[in-house]
Write a protein of this length. Structure first.
Length: 286
């Protein structure tokens, strides 16, 4: 029971760290550029409980552990392995499916229910609803294109595909869904910030976001304004509360996380649970 409590606290702290990341006192562009490193750290930390669980059987022969008489529920560390294999299969399937987009131009006009969005993980392109595009002013078009071009530069579509597949194949790690949501928010805010740097049209960007999000002159809900409108407007206007204090929360949380790294594994008596199996005895003799 002590082990299960520690695991629960462990994943709870990971979730808090994910939430804190998007509110760190840095520019959204900086947070977006560093997100892959943050993601890799969180993803690898997610499997420590499985590793420590396996360590509890470290005095067992591995072949005996996998093929022997140990109950199936005690082979829980094998679950991430099968999930990762499933992830690789789905990733290959999606990349093969998107291979047809390799020769498409950067911008495509058509009927896009999302209004404006970036498609394609291998060769991203901007897919624009033609009817919506005809209702926009030159400034609005420039703002939208800059926003979407930043998504392409940062390879957001590919990273979004990775997070989507991981959250599905590792569904038993709910903080990965949270990580995916945080990435989508940070990437949108970073693209808004990129448009602001390039145009210096703060109010025009806000009007464009509101126009697309509220469906003015368009019956579609634009992917360009898919994240929280208020958060995006506050980010552009810099109307944020002082979040320096949030940064200091990382210190005690990280210390607690390090402490939890020393999870007490289940020490199993392999002479009883493993060595008594006829199959295991044959393996040892072999």
């Amino acid at each position: 029971m002590n082990f299960l409590i520690k695991i629960t606290i462990f994943y709870f702290i990971l979730s808090i760290l994910i939430i804190i990341y998007k509110d760190l006192p840095f520019s959204k562009i900086t947070l977006r550029k560093n997100f892959p490193y943050f993601f890799i750290s969180i993803f690898l930390l997610s499997f420590l409980p499985f590793y420590f669980y396996y360590e509890g059987f470290s005095n067992c022969d591995f072949r005996c552990f996998v093929l022997g008489s140990i109950p199936l529920e005690n082979k829980i560390f094998l679950i991430p392995l099968f999930s990762f294999l499933l992830f690789l299969l789905l990733l290959i399937k999606n990349l093969v499916k998107e291979w047809k987009y390799k020769k498409l131009p950067l911008i495509i006009f058509g009927k896009n229910k999302e209004g404006v969005s970036v498609k394609g993980a291998l060769k991203p392109f901007i897919y624009i609803d033609r009817n919506l595009w005809n209702t926009l002013s030159k400034k609005e078009k420039k703002i939208i294109l800059l926003h979407e071009i930043n998504h392409i530069k940062e390879k957001d579509a590919f990273f979004k595909l990775i997070l989507e597949l991981l959250s599905k194949t590792f569904f038993y790690l709910p903080h990965l869904f949270l990580l995916r949501k945080v990435f989508e928010e940070v990437s949108e805010l970073a693209s808004d910030e990129y448009s602001l740097i390039k145009t210096q049209e703060k109010e025009e960007i806000i009007k464009t976001i509101a126009k697309l999000a509220l469906g003015i002159n368009s019956n579609s809900f634009s992917g360009f304004a898919s994240s929280s409108i208020l958060k995006r407007i506050e980010s552009i206007r810099k109307e944020r509360k002082n979040k320096i204090k949030i940064f200091f929360l990382l210190i005690p949380l990280s210390a607690l996380l390090v402490n939890l790294l020393y999870l007490t594994p289940f020490k199993q008596n392999c002479e009883i649970k493993c060595g008594s199996s006829k199959m295991c005895k044959n393996l040892h003799e072999f």
